[in-house]
Design a protein around this ligand. Sequence first.
Ligand code: HMG
Ligand code: MG
Length: 286
Amino acid sequence: MEQVEIFEVAPRDGLQNEKRLIPTAEKIALVDLLSQAGFRRIEVASFVSPKWVPQMADSAEVLAGITRGQGISYAALTPNVKGLEGAIAARADEIAIFASASEGFSKANLNCTIDESFDRFAPVAEAAREAGLPVRGYVSCVADCPYDGQIDPADVARVAERLAHLGCYEVSLGDTIGQAEPVRLGQMLDAVLAVLPPDKLAGHYHDTAGRALANIEVSLGKGLRVFDAAVGGLGGCPYAPGAAGNVATEAVHARLTELGFTTGLKPDILTKAATYARQIRGAPNA
Ligand code: HMG
Ligand code: MG
């Protein structure tokens, strides 16, 4: 059976928007459960400004408190050199730099233009290479931007290629607001695949409009074999009924299994982790 990897992002993307400041011990318990589920990579931390994302302010404590599973890479977001220094001190196994395909989101998320964000990422990537840390790249707003509207696939391809040129071993394509229809998502992938091979790409689809699984199927057809997901579908706004977050890991696992792929994950532990994730969010999953 062919392997597809799910890159687990619940402890970071899933929790970062939560209004309740989740106790560090609960984050550690979630990561420890996930470590038993069979993931090879888990994004657990984010060394960003605590003024911008208060929920991630205890990232160093989370990395210090988890029980590290053998062969698992614990990943952290790093927007600048200060973030990289924090990630190295906390012994993250890999880091991620995150760019946007749209100027509006770059400004809102990083307080700078796309070009300026790359000026900041270059020294991060170089220092990470010197420290022997693999660097992953994200492109946000690959289909739609909440500020700039629909995004030209050529803009996504250009940003993805720039991340690869900085040395990112993989570029994760984010449908940040989860509005892409499968046809449009496929057109975006065609543009990116003209500049990067499928084994350098991952799909990161939010499930806001309920199309993430369909978009994963389109991506599989184009050769992608890595997808980001969050147990329990964490990542939606708990105060917006019906708003979904990241595509749920357990749903991706189930669909991939139906399609004849293997994920290497243990379904019983996934179920436990999903239940726990929804519990610490304190709201029933939409
Ligand atoms: P800024 O305000 O322009 O930066 O923010 P600054 O350099 O002027 O710094 C402001 C303050 O933040 C200073 O502190 C810095 O020291 C501090 P002060 O002097 O005011 O006390 N600071 C930091 N503190 C800790 N760690 C750091 C750091 N850097 C500066 N690394 C900045 C620019 C990039 C810092 C800010 O915009 C930021 O932190 N943005 C991060 C936003 C974020 O985390 N968004 C969520 C992740 S992206 C995402 O979720 C999308 C993704 O899932 C894919 C998808 O779905 O599309 C990946
Ligand atoms: Mg995301």
